[in-house]
Design a protein around this ligand. Structure first.
Ligand code: GDP
Ligand code: IMO
Ligand code: MG
Length: 422
């Protein structure tokens, strides 16, 4: 089947971008299906680092058509700046296709993201403040403004003016300055709209035509399974559905095309922002992993939280995405530890659980059950102990581990076509 998905199995930043880069050359199209510029996907190629937020990670290959699907929320200013950065590095972006139906993230979404976080006070989510939540909320409320509206000035003015009515009632009620629709409209119409226009297409036709012609199409997930609006650790989630099934809605294709679902996980777990984290570490070991793995957000620069690999979470991710194979990133970061741990079960009131409990109140009470394994030293990219660690993950999730990466650069990954030999 011609459609494959790369999806994060944890809380984001697993290394999805780098594995998209590995697999893109075997595909003719790479499609983003959800999220927005809350994503930061890092590719390191020939010593040059690209952090992509909206442009699909296949863009570095001339033969790949990068597509931003209808399920993505697009800040046009950010998109154009990103295109400029990529083109400055000598890579042509004229092949990029942008869904006419994708919703826009506009300046007021960003303002409201900050306001809502402020109002949440102690219970703030720790969003990326990119306006993603308010943009998806407007989409659901039928107050959204779409990419195609940018191309029709009267429609854009009408949509923005309408969207701001309820927002300004709220702002005035809080004693804040209302937002002037005319200034928003002026910001985007003109140069920005003109520059966006050439990329706007019927991406449903593009993607379906490719699939019908049996071309290989790779869907690039952003965020991750446990940031999913429905299946993540609500309310500490993002406002879209990163899980693999959402590629159908977010690109306009039916489920019959999908075959290969590559779940990406780090060799440990990280999380930016608030919310439950069963295997979280603190103290010197956490500091060591953060320093060694450079665990600061590629998007917002925030220090990530870290913990041991969580198989309970991984098993749930396998279910939620129909994962067919697992790619494990950043094995090198654990090099030099005397021992490493994997959480194989949760314990709740003396009962061992293989999957997360249904209730969040229970989730907050579970204790991790670990197996401890010997660590490994520097030397070979994947010493025997590191292979044993991968084999144990493979055994616990009951799926082949087909990739392991040992450095951020393109090429610093090992491929196991039939899974890791036990
Ligand atoms: P994404 O959002 O899932 O695409 O991941 P990010 O790019 O946000 O975060 C992954 C970070 O780890 C980036 O800084 C990558 O360059 C880096 N990285 C990816 N794979 C490896 C690896 O195998 N080893 C090391 N040391 N770094 C890696
Ligand atoms: P990639 O694609 C890691 C997190 C934020 C916050 C929560 C909600 O690079 O893996 P939002 O701005 O989406 O409303 O924030 O989701 N978050 C991410 N964490 N990687 C990401 O993307 C993320 N995108 C959002 O930190 O906790
Ligand atoms: Mg990231």
């Amino acid at each position: 089947m011609p459609a494959s998905v790369i999806v994060g199995m944890q809380w984001g930043d697993e290394g999805k971008g780098r594995f998209v880069d590995v697999l893109a050359k075997e595909h003719s199209m790479v499609v983003r299906y959800q999220g927005g510029h809350n994503a930061g996907h890092t590719l390191v190629v020939d010593g040059e680092t690209f952090v992509l937020q909206l442009v699909p990670s296949g863009v570095l290959y001339d033969a790949v058509t990068p597509v931003i699907g209808n399920g993505v929320v697009v800040d046009p200013i950010v998109l154009l700046a990103e295109i400029d950065r990529i083109e400055a590095a000598g890579i042509d972006c004229s092949r990029l296709q942008l869904a006419a139906n994708a919703h826009l993230v506009l300046s007021y979404h960003q303002q409201l993201d900050a306001l809502f976080e402020e109002l949440r006070g102690e219970s703030a989510i720790g969003t990326t403040l990119r306006g993603i939540g308010p943009a998806y909320a407007d989409k659901s409320a039928r107050d959204g403004v779409r990419v195609q509206d940018l191309l029709v000035p009267d429609a854009f003015r009408e949509r923005v003016t309408h969207a701001l009515l309820s927002k300004n009632v709220l702002l005035r009620g809080l004693g804040r300055d209302p937002i002037d629709p005319d200034s928003v409209v002026e910001t985007y119409l003109g140069e920005i709209a003109d520059r966006i226009r050439p990329y706007v297409t019927d991406t449903v036709a593009t993607v379906n035509d490719a699939l019908e012609a049996e071309q290989q199409v790779l869907f690039e997930g952003a965020q991750a399974t446990f940031l999913d609006l429905d299946h993540g650790t609500y309310p500490f989630v993002t406002s879209s559905n990163p899980i693999a099934g959402a590629a159908t809605v977010g690109a306009g294709v039916g489920p019959r095309h999908f075959g290969r679902i590559i779940g990406v996980a780090k060799a440990y777990v990280t999380r930016v922002g608030a919310g439950p984290f069963v295997t979280e570490l603190d103290g010197p070991l956490a500091d060591h992993i953060i320093d060694t793995g450079h665990e600061y957000g590629s998007n917002t620069g925030r220090r990530r939280r870290v913990g041991w690999f969580d198989v309970v979470q991984a098993r749930q991710a396998v279910r939620l995405n129909s994962v067919t194979e697992v790619a494990v990133a950043k094995i090198d970061v654990l090099t030099g530890l005397d021992e490493v741990r994997i959480c194989t079960h949760y314990e709740l009131d003396g009962v061992r659980l293989r999957y997360p409990p249904a209730l969040q109140t229970e989730m907050e009470r579970v204790q991790p059950v670990y197996v401890t394994m010997p660590g490994w030293g520097a030397g070979d990219a994947l010493p025997q102990e590191a292979m044993d660690f991968l084999a144990r993950i493979q055994e616990e999730v009951e799926l082949p581990v087909t990739f392991a990466s040992v450095g951020p650069e393109r090429g610093a990954e090992v491929r196991f076509d039939d899974g890791v030999a036990a």
